[in-house]
Design a protein around this ligand. Structure first.
Ligand code: SF4
Length: 254
């Protein structure tokens, strides 16, 4: 097995892959991508990305825009925490914007205050000026509700999808979700199918220390599209890793 060849292909694909739609809604995606006029939308979406599907979390800034008619920092700063909670929990419970409305209303409100106080209303200062990846991850970690997984994911999206220049990419780890852990095991990059999140993160750092997170999207797409949990459902013939993959090599010819 040629681990270097496997790594190189994952890296190469990681450099050309882009995220699919963030929300499934073109207008909501446009708001998130508007880093010039609404950089706080991207940050607030990251704050919401917890315990619900990413699509549902990332559309929340757009729901606020629809409710308020604008998404300027001036308007957002006028919202009390109760105002935020009222927008997040419409009369019908089924329409709540988040499963954890109370906590997420607090976090959303605190994030607006932090962007106002620490970044003078300009959230793009979090990533402007060619900062180190560690500094960017640290700045996201300062927001209530954002842990290492979301902080590194945020830095990764900024670097990969939005081409934001960073001084380095050392601190952008792989986000080791269930798809990525499974693909690492099938490619025999980890020795156990039960490898922990930490084991996968450190293996990715070992393989490509200059930017471990660059393998994130290629592995995630493999896991979601072809490398199914049940071995009987594997679609190796369509996977771009097939000719390098030890698991595929052991499978009987179709
Ligand atoms: S070739 Fe097959 S087993 Fe290997 S990563 Fe791709 S889908 Fe998974």
């Amino acid at each position: 097995m040629n681990i270097i060849a496997i790594r190189d292909r994952l890296v190469e694909r990681g450099k050309i892959e882009l995220s699919d739609s963030f929300t499934g809604n073109p207008e909501a995606d446009a708001l998130l991508k508007d880093l010039d006029k609404h950089p706080h939308a991207f940050v607030l979406a990251c704050v919401m990305d917890r315990q619900i599907s990413a699509e549902k979390a990332w559309i929340i800034p757009y729901r606020f825009l629809q409710e308020l008619g604008e998404f300027s920092m001036d308007r957002l700063k006028k919202l009390s925490e109760l105002d935020v909670r009222n927008i997040m929990s419409p009369p019908k419970p089924a329409q709540s914007l988040h499963r954890l409305v109370k906590q997420m209303s607090t976090n959303f409100h605190l994030a607006i205050q932090r962007i106002g106080n620490q970044y003078a209303d300009d959230a793009s200062l979090i990533w402007k000026g060619n900062p180190s990846s560690a500094e960017v991850v640290y700045r996201f970690l300062e927001f209530d509700g954002i842990g290492p997984k979301i902080a590194t994911m945020a830095a990764n999206i900024l670097a990969r999808d939005f081409n934001i220049p960073f001084a380095d990419h050392y601190s952008i780890d792989i986000s080791a979700d269930v798809h990525i852990r499974r693909v690492f095991a099938r490619l025999k990059l980890t020795t156990s199918t039960e490898a922990s999140v930490e084991q996968v993160i450190y293996k990715a750092r070992t393989l490509y220390p200059e930017y471990p997170g660059i393998m994130d999207l290629s592995c995630w797409k493999i896991g979601r599209n072809w490398c199914k949990p049940d071995e009987a459902d594997l679609m190796c013939g369509e996977c771009f890793m097939e000719n390098l993959c030890p698991t595929a090599a052991l499978r009987p010819a179709p």
